[in-house]
Design a binder for this molecule. Sequence first.
Ligand code: GLU
Length: 528
Amino acid sequence: MTRTRFAPSPTGYLHVGGLRTALYNYLFAKKHNGCFLLRIEDTDQKRFIEGAREHLIEMLRWAGLEYDEGPDIGGPHKPYIQSERLKLYQQYASELLEKKAAYRCFCSAERLEDMRRNQEANKLAPMYDRHCLYLSEDEINQNLKNKIPFVVRQKIPSAETVKFKDLIRGNVSFACKSLDDQVLMKSDGFPTYHLANVVDDHLMEITHVIRGEEWLPSTPKHILLYQAFGWNLPEFAHIPLLLNKDRSKLSKRQGDVSVEEYIKKNYSKEAIINFIALLGWNPGSGEENEIFSLSELCDAFSLEKVHKAGAIFDIDKLDWFNWQWRKKKYHENLAETAKKIDGTCIISSPKKGEFQYKFKDNESEEVFYIKRTDLLNDMCGRFIHEEYKKEGGTYRKALLTIEEKVLKEPENAENHLKFFFSIKDYDVSLLANEKMKVDYAIAKKSLIGAEKYLKKISNFNSVEEIKSGLLNAVTELSLKNGQVFWPLRAALTGEEFSPGVFEAAWVLGQDECLIRIKNALSKLEKNM
Ligand code: GLU
């Protein structure tokens, strides 16, 4: 059975790259009807952060990446927290010492520091010089007796080359002489990442190790450990780095890297998952759709389609996904609400945060109140409802015109919508505009000219026809666009800010447009 794991070190936040690693492991396991587990790699006690583990769990739950085994839910290989498995690592470290695949190193911090400085001065790669590999049995026993603190180091067989086939990167090889004798156990009795990671992947029967490319240089060391223990190797897949737009490694300096920040900025979970899935993977040639839900990703995902090259983390693209998902949900809501609503509904002016609705059906006429926040869904209901009752119904048009605004700021939906249903008693000065050189005389001239052309339009269901009619009016009047469109838009909406004049006219329909123009003209008459 396929078994994958997400093995984060709790740092206090979940990096977007970490979420992608978790996602790919999850998708791969699900695709193969396997098991996905969460293991907390917290052996670096210096970096312990209160609450970090809980935060990670919360983030994975939020993203919908349910694991089958893990710290809070248990499983056949518990515990899933490395700091609770210390005895195991000590036992395996002893086994490596016995097998001479590891050795005790008693070097003091000062000695190691001197060595490092020398290497730096001589432009040599920083590596342990194997001083303690050559200690005699007696020296070792003497040191142990004197209780000199020691670490356990991996003994890298210098003459070899480690070769393996990475599922993403193909054949990879590392010459052992370039590998350091890695510390496996620290003097405080805690293992390092390398030992704990290998022991646990083996004991937890992980079949596929899917992790970031930054771990690739660790893999030959891990393979040598598997070989020293005589264990079967898992498959390895190293996924590409995440890069900033300038191709530098994704960093905090250039933007947010923690998933939480994106949640705070109101990006939806679906958008984040969709965006992250496509950072380094694509569904393959011929497939143009980029919108995938988590369950669709489970079907579509494969490691063969993960690229080697670094993936650019492009916020504009995330914004695009967020927009697509909001739209998708909006339309799904419409369909849902539509099912619930029957009868024709008329909206009246808003009052104190509530809207009054009149529902008419064949038998009764009922009035009820609806909360402001329900407005959008309710409007949506009518959108569909009206659509099948009356082709091109006003509500549908109204919603299409303001769709973008509603999605971006749903709390303002009512402001964007209300003038479609009733026009407020605006001040005549709204019809003039100094900057655009519209005084009352020009406003009057424009409205009369526009009225003439709007009357002539035969298909008021076409924004294009309305637009070309009104542009003809502008030409005939020998005025600037703004000189005609400002007073007209004001006359139609009674608002300083509203959708454009063509859309507003389209939504209102011919009769209502003409009524509103008449109304504006009579306001002007009174003031001239
Ligand atoms: N604990 C490592 C990390 O923080 C895990 C790396 C691996 O998956 O092997 O990413």
